[in-house]
Design a binder for this molecule. Structure first.
Ligand code: TA6
Length: 299
């Protein structure tokens, strides 16, 4: 029973009918949140938001039917918290260790507007060559989903150089009827072509093949236009200079054991963070906050 592992202190934070612990698959504990206008689910494993849905609307986030749920595995879908490195790292798992650690629940606060704010802390952040740091993650579930990742350099004498990213998987009705705006004129590294440096020339990004782009020096909002679900998802952010757009398409989808062969048709990742040349350098005692706000409007 996953929730048996929840500490007494954490159990006291529960708000009946609003934020309660529950057993998730694979022996992983989660919190089920019901706010006035929306519901969400967050696993303590990786402080991973796997579900956000406004009442009477389809879910905003994609979660693979084939996702693994295990202590040492990342969940495929939702919002993986990528920290303190993005992508590959010699001798280390891809995308950092934060997404496969169990975070502690520090606060659950019912807000007057009917939304619910939760704060998570990543225990013992050090190792892999990084100086000691702290990471707090604040998730506010309401009309919109707001996420804040606060990283502080806890060292007294060493700089902390790190990457972070909220690697959001959005649910879409039909990828062939989706386009993404807000990236025109922005330069990017194309991972599909060996990180070739390019510039976005089009008014909108269309996904017609494997797409894996790291847009750099961009802090503006991005919108995902989804004709099939007749909605527009807006990704607003602060404290972030990189936006990553990813869809594995056919071949990669087949290669991934924790992703369905056809699932590339109903998801797109639009990720907000600081990666590659936008990585962050924090002096001792300093902090950096990455904030992302996810909202949607009818098309
Ligand atoms: O954010 C895009 C990306 O870096 C892709 O290159 C792809 O690898 C994806 O992340 C998923 O990575 P994962 O380690 O979760 O399989």
């Amino acid at each position: 029973m996953a929730i048996m592992k929840i500490s007494a202190g954490e159990r006291k934070l529960e708000i009946p009918g609003r934020a309660v612990f529950a057993d998730g698959p694979g022996g992983l504990a989660k919190i089920k949140i019901n706010s006035a206008s929306s519901s969400a689910e967050i696993f303590l494993h990786g402080a991973h938001v796997t579900h956000f849905q406004r009442k009477d609307e389809p879910p905003l986030l994609f979660l693979s039917q084939k996702s693994r749920f295990a202590e040492d595995q990342a969940i495929r879908g939702g919002i993986p918290v990528i920290l303190p490195w993005f992508g590959a790292r010699e001798g280390q798992p891809a995308h950092g260790f934060a997404r496969t650690r169990t975070w502690e629940v520090k606060e659950i606060v019912p807000l007057p507007d009917g939304s619910t704010r939760l704060r998570f802390r990543l225990p013992d952040c050090a190792g892999a060559g990084f100086p000691p740091f702290t990471a707090d993650y604040i998730v506010t579930v309401g009309d919109v989903l707001e996420l804040q990742l606060v990283v502080s350099n806890a060292s007294s004498d060493r700089e902390l150089v790190f990457e972070n990213c909220l690697h959001t998987y959005f649910a879409v009705g039909d990828i062939s009827a989706v386009f993404i705006t807000g990236l025109k004129g922005v330069s990017y590294r194309d991972k599909v072509e060996n990180f070739a440096e390019k510039t976005e020339t089009g008014d909108a990004v269309k996904i017609v093949s494997e797409t894996d782009r790291v847009y750099q020096d961009t802090s503006g909002p991005v919108e995902i236009h989804d004709a099939a679900l007749r909605r527009k998802i807006r990704v607003e952010k602060s404290g972030s200079a990189s936006t990553v757009v990813w869809n594995p398409w056919i071949a990669k989808a087949r290669e991934m054991a924790d992703f369905g062969d056809e699932e590339y048709k109903t998801m797109v990742c639009v990720e907000s963070g600081n990666v590659g040349k936008n990585k962050i350098t924090l002096a001792p005692g300093k902090s950096a906050t990455l904030t992302v706000k996810l909202s949607r409007a009818a098309l």
